[in-house]
Write a protein that binds this ligand. Sequence first.
Ligand code: SF4
Length: 316
Amino acid sequence: MSEIIWSPSRLKVAESCMAKYYYMYIKPETSTSTAEMAMGDLFHRLMQEFYKESGEPKYKSAEAFANTAVARWQFMIRQEATKGRKIVWGYKAEPYVFKNKIIPETGNIIYNTYQNRIPPVENEFGFNVEIDGIHYRGFIDAIFPFSEQTGKVAVADFKTHRVEPRKEKLRTDHQFTVYHLIVGFLLKNNLELRRKVGIPDDLAEIVGIDGVYMSPHIEMQWHQLRNGNIIPTERTDKDYPWLVRSIEDRVEQIEKQNFSRHPGYDCNFCPVKRKCDGDLKSRIKLEIPESPQIEIFPTPEKKKKGLRKHQYKLKL
Ligand code: SF4
């Protein structure tokens, strides 16, 4: 079986519903996007471009930022696609409800939240590392400079979800465990990044001591873009075995072709709901196709273009 390269979002999908994993990663041609996902893509892109090199916001006002967001949303409506996936609207007026209300409101909140903040030192930071035989690849939304005050490096994951997670739920979210693990690993192994983040030399050694997976000098943060709240969440080394166990369990399920459905509230926002419902009705069994034409774990486009400027490939 091909090696599985775990991104935080791939793991999240696999943990939430194996049928969804099947449709999104094994037969990805069936994957579409929802309005919520399209909005997430839009604001992630805008957050990457939010600051000038000088650290000032690129936009003169909240209104200017919100107008840019609306213009890009309008373009998405015309294209009916985001990141190459077709957007399936939940109802006829949905694109316009987003355009006239949700997008400008969120744009205003984002501008007011971030205009006076210290900008991140890295945006959309690519990683490609192997730790204890598990291969991880993905992008980290933002890494902020080391704070003398807290003794920590803040790492943000931008979210456009309607509802904030409960703190207890976030505490066990493996997506954040992966980010924490990876940033600690990179800070330990990459001098350039460590300097860029501004970690003092006397602290450098304890940022990632050998044997420590979850550095105490990292604070993961959920940035709720719709209301400007920032929810911190901590990880310790005790979280690491749970992460590995979860990944091993998912691999076992895939090897056994166990793509069971996990129906629940999340089905309402599921990008493959139509396909899932259709196959369920027709009693189609979800199996890994035998055809060698179909790559079981497809390589994202980015790999074909080579590593990005700040993407690292490291092995422990
Ligand atoms: S609709 Fe529900 S059960 Fe079906 S793939 Fe999506 S989350 Fe899983």
